[in-house]
Write a protein of this length. Structure first.
Length: 67
């Protein structure tokens, strides 16, 4: 499959050329999607860390009632 995506073989059949172009476009789209999801995940992870830090600071001096 890698050879089909990279294009080591010359395809004389127009259908194969079209399929190769479509596969390359799909791979590119998926790579962009993975990059976006990784950025989103990093942002969410950092926001969660900040939220935990904020809760630790706010909750540290608050008295609690044990019952």
């Amino acid at each position: 499959m890698a050879k089909a995506l990279v294009g080591y073989r010359v395809a004389h059949d127009p259908r194969l050329q079209l399929e190769t172009l479509e596969l390359r476009r799909r791979v590119s789209d998926l790579e962009h999607l993975v990059d976006r999801l990784q950025r989103d995940n990093d942002l969410l992870r950092e926001a969660a860390r900040e939220r935990v830090r904020h809760e630790d600071v706010v909750g540290a001096g608050a008295p609690t009632i044990a019952g």
